[in-house]
Ligand binder design. Structure first.
Ligand code: UTP
Length: 404
């Protein structure tokens, strides 16, 4: 469908408000953008409050004690898969990192104190530990967005991938989604550009497919993808023990989890929903659920996800066409007002649309929650100070012997 029919169909005629004033090149670029965007996401606004959850029941995790006892067996299974070239790493770095408030991609943030130590560098160092332990380079796929592709790739180039060989590093872009006001009217960012934002981390597999990365991964013989967030500087990536546990337990998904600090900690918890793996958000937990215990007296909704998952390629290919829901999130969205002035709002002024990895978990047939030690593996950097911040991550890095 052409741009004019699209804006008519979705009631978005304001996007062509400046059409008459645009040069031919600007017009073409605006039409192309409109034609490439999925405006059907706007219908999610009505569904926003009506999304219903299924029946939530506990899902048992593999806990530290079992992992310790079975360490050698699990490590061997994982290391064998890595050595056979069956494992790829996928770094989710397409986010905007708005809370950290830096204009650069989050991975370019320097957490060093007496020397430079970038977030991307921490992650590569962590991956190198496994490369050394298995004597195998693991292909690394980096998801970026239209907004940070150039800066991310330029940074990796400048830093020579922090020592990771070029032939094992690949970049791809995720899709973008339109951003709108509270009435569902999509904003213009400039007279010839629709306001868009990355469509969430849940689209990684589809974007890998569309960008040809999946094909590349298959040429390597990859059967498993370990996907992980850009901001957790301590996490172990492609951890052989985690991979081995997921394989030996015959699950299609593995999920690294940490024991919750308290029953109401603000972290999504692994569970079953209508019998298939899922994540229950902290605000969805009732008091009864938060305190429910098993026969050992241990709380059953006690393992929080840290955005480090293992997915089988085969199952993702089967379910990639089942569309993931879009979540409607209130955000600050820069836009062009009716008078043509560019506005940078101080408070949320509309909606962005995001697909989330946690919905992919719910589409999987099975999942192994795999416990890791929080003090060793969970140092997310969301903010500059306070909880989940540069400060708290620095503390944990130091505790784990990383020189800052
Ligand atoms: P967050 O939900 O913390 O979002 O992303 P963010 O964009 O990094 O930060 P804020 O909310 O704007 O402050 C969790 C992980 O998912 C990735 C991020 O890069 C991070 O690794 N992500 C998020 C994407 O890859 N794409 C997206 O569209 C959103």
């Amino acid at each position: 469908m052409d741009a004019k029919s699209i804006v008519k169909q979705y009631g978005q005629e304001q996007l062509l408000r400046y059409e008459d004033k645009l040069s031919e090149a600007e017009k073409t670029s605006l039409y192309h953008q409109i034609e490439s965007l999925d405006f059907s996401v706007l219908s999610e606004i009505e569904k926003k409050s009506s999304a219903k959850r299924g029946k939530i029941t506990p899902l048992k995790a593999m806990e530290l004690s079992e992992i310790e006892t079975r360490h050698d067996e699990l490590f061997k299974a994982g290391a064998d898969a890595i050595k056979a070239g069956k494992v790829g790493a996928v770094l989710l770095a397409g986010g905007m990192g708005t809370r950290l408030g830096s204009d650069n991609p989050k991975g370019m943030y320097n957490v060093g104190i007496t020397k430079d130590l970038y977030i991307f560098e921490c992650l590569i160092n962590n991956l190198m530990d496994v490369v050394k332990a298995t004597d195998t380079y693991i292909p690394l796929f980096v998801m970026t967005s239209d907004l940070n592709y150039e800066s991310t790739t330029a940074f990796f180039k400048e830093k020579k991938n922090f020592g990771y060989p070029d032939e094992y590093v690949f970049f791809f872009k995720q899709e973008m989604a339109p951003a709108c006001d509270y009435n569902g009217k999509v904003f213009l960012e400039t007279p010839s550009k629709v306001a868009v934002s990355p469509n969430g981390n849940g689209g990684w597999f589809l974007s890998m497919m569309k960008s040809g990365m999946l094909e590349k991964a298959k040429q390597f013989g990859i059967e498993w993808f370990n996907i992980f967030a850009v901001d957790n500087v301590c996490q172990r990536i492609c951890d052989p023990v985690f991979i081995g546990a997921t394989i030996l337990e015959k699950r299609t998904v593995g999920s690294k989890v940490v024991r919750k600090a308290d029953p109401f900690e603000k972290i999504g918890v692994m569970c079953l929903e209508d019998g298939t793996p899922s994540i229950v958000e902290y605000y969805e937990l009732t008091d009864d659920m938060a305190y429910e215990t098993d026969e050992r007296g241990e709380r059953v909704y006690n393992f929080g996800v840290i955005l480090n998952y293992l997915f089988t390629v085969a199952e993702q290919e089967e379910i990639v066409n089942k569309s993931l829901p879009y979540h409607v999130v209130e955000k600050k969205i820069p836009y062009l007002d009716e008078n043509g002035n560019a506005v940078k709002p101080e408070a949320p002024n509309g909606y962005k649309f995001e697909q989330l990895v946690l919905d992919m978990i719910h589409m999987a047939s099975s999942c192994l929650p795999f416990e890791v030690v929080r003090e060793k593996e969970f140092a997310p950097i969301k903010n500059k100070t306070g909880v989940d911040s540069v400060e708290s991550a620095r503390e944990l890095l130091k505790k784990n012997g990383v020189e800052l």
